[in-house]
Design a protein around this ligand. Structure first.
Ligand code: AMP
Ligand code: ZN
Length: 438
């Protein structure tokens, strides 16, 4: 068995991955808040952890992984979106969960084994909060229930920030009812017109962090093997998940390995985020005619912990790489997996190395099987190239006509020779240009 080494955020180093039980490997990844369409940055963790899931299934057996990715379907941004449209929050969350599933499906992301929704686990959250109150880790104040950070001496071990940085980072405003400025909300009151559930602390709704702790406990257990998400979640979200779960479970750690993907940015700008307005959604990219698999390869072209710059060149390169891989794979069925590709993935999911090794695999059957580990070459060659040749030729013919209209004859001639190289002959007639294959 090829060893898998993973960069464990808490240890700040790569470690050999050893599941607690190789027959039941558990992984949880924080999923989307469903109030808008996923942008291509949001797709990065989905694709990265999908590759990890494929590698784990390959290593430990198809049935040995239990992979859960939650759906955050109660949140103030959802409440705001519902209010704006004058609909129930479930209208918003149903719509955008459906979009998310479709968009990730287009990127070749397999549906996780479990996709728990927060709203379906409020009872579990209330039970966990009650336990934290009973054991002195949480307290009720002004209709809220807060986790008392100083009650957990190990708080902050994941991000290793000092206390002042954590308080500054978490602070929207330090509410007067907090015993300590670092304390965070487990439960908050809901006005009558806002979504809410009855609880021992009155009608309200959960804070963000408690949902993951409660859903992990319910579906995967007290200590899981791998917990993942984007870099931005380390603090406060994951730090708070850790504290809640550990204090509710008598000190048992929440996860044995913590993995975080780096950020995707638009070329020439900072991280892609809605508030910066530099967002391109997966849906838009698909509508522009890019194939999901091309976008997937582009997302895997950089190592998952490195920043990734999104650009049209990156998409074009990824498309060209896939054309080449599909040509090499032909119509072969999947055979054995190439050891070099597994090895690269086993080294902290080194997808750029895995992709370059993939390109060097000569045996088409082996190429297909190895590509499958990366979630690539899912179609037949015929499907991949279908229709596309003609569209591309039509585009070139149109570009040549435009060049001629601008009297740019050099460009028009260049396009004519490019087409000739592809075996396409042009015939200029009174009704425009037609083409045929030589
Ligand atoms: P959200 O729906 O905002 O909760 O985000 C879903 C996931 O996408 C989280 O794991 C985030 O860390 C991740 N994420 C958000 N923006 C980016 C980005 N620009 N690049 C990479 N990951 C991101
Ligand atoms: Zn989470």
């Amino acid at each position: 068995m090829t060893p898998i080494r993973l960069y464990h955020t808490m240890a700040r180093e790569k470690r050999v991955f050893e599941p607690a039980d190789p027959k039941r490997v558990t992984m949880y990844v924080c999923g989307p808040t469903v109030y808008n369409r996923a942008h291509i940055g949001n797709a990065r963790p989905a694709v990265v952890f999908d590759v990890l899931a494929r590698l784990l299934r390959h290593t430990y057996g198809e049935q040995s992984l239990v992979y859960a990715r939650n759906v955050t379907d109660v949140d103030d941004k959802i409440i705001d979106a519902a209010r704006e449209e004058g609909v129930d929050p479930s209208v918003i969350t149903d719509r955008f969960e459906r979009h998310y599933v479709e968009d990730m499906g287009a990127l070749g992301v397999r549906t996780p084994d479990i996709a728990p929704r927060a709203t379906e686990h409020v009872a579990e959250m209330i039970a966990m909060i009650a336990r934290l109150v009973e054991t002195g880790h949480a307290y009720e104040a002004d209709g809220h229930v807060l986790f008392h950070v100083p009650s957990d001496p190990d708080y902050g071990a994941l991000g290793r920030r000092d206390r002042d940085a954590m308080i500054a980072g978490a602070r929207v405003e330090v509410a007067s009812y907090k015993r300590d400025p670092a304390d965070f909300v487990l439960w908050k009151p809901s006005d009558p017109q806002v979504i809410g559930w009855d609880s021992p602390w009155g009608r309200g709704r959960p804070g963000w962090h408690i949902e993951c702790s409660a859903m992990i406990e319910r579906h995967l257990g007290h200590t899981i093997d791998i917990h993942g998400g984007g870099l931005d979640l380390i603090f406060p979200h994951h730090e708070n998940e850790i504290a809640q779960s550990r204090c509710a479970h008598g000190g048992a750690p929440l996860a044995r390995y913590w993995l975080h993907n780096g950020f995707l940015s638009m070329a020439g700008s900072e991280k892609m985020s809605k508030s910066l307005g530099n967002v391109v959604t997966v849906g838009e990219l698909l509508e522009q005619g890019h194939k999901g698999e091309t976008l997937r390869l582009a997302l895997l072209s950089a190592h998952y912990r490195q920043p990734l710059e999104w650009s049209s060149q990156l998409i074009a390169q990824s498309k060209a790489t896939l054309d080449r891989l599909y040509r090499s794979a032909g119509e072969a069925a999947a055979g054995e997996v190439d050891e070099g590709v597994i090895e690269a993935l086993g080294d902290d999911l080194n997808t750029p190395l895995a992709l370059s090794r993939l390109s060097a695999v000569e045996d088409p059957a082996m190429l297909r099987a190895s590509a499958e580990l990366l979630g690539l070459l899912g179609s037949t060659g015929l499907e991949w190239f279908q229709g596309e040749g003609d569209t591309r030729i039509d585009d070139l013919v149109a570009a040549r006509a435009a060049a001629k209209a601008e009297r740019n004859f050099a460009e028009a001639d260049r396009i004519r020779s490019e087409l000739a190289e592809k075996g396409v002959l042009l015939e200029d007639g009174p009704a425009g240009t037609t083409w045929r294959r030589a």
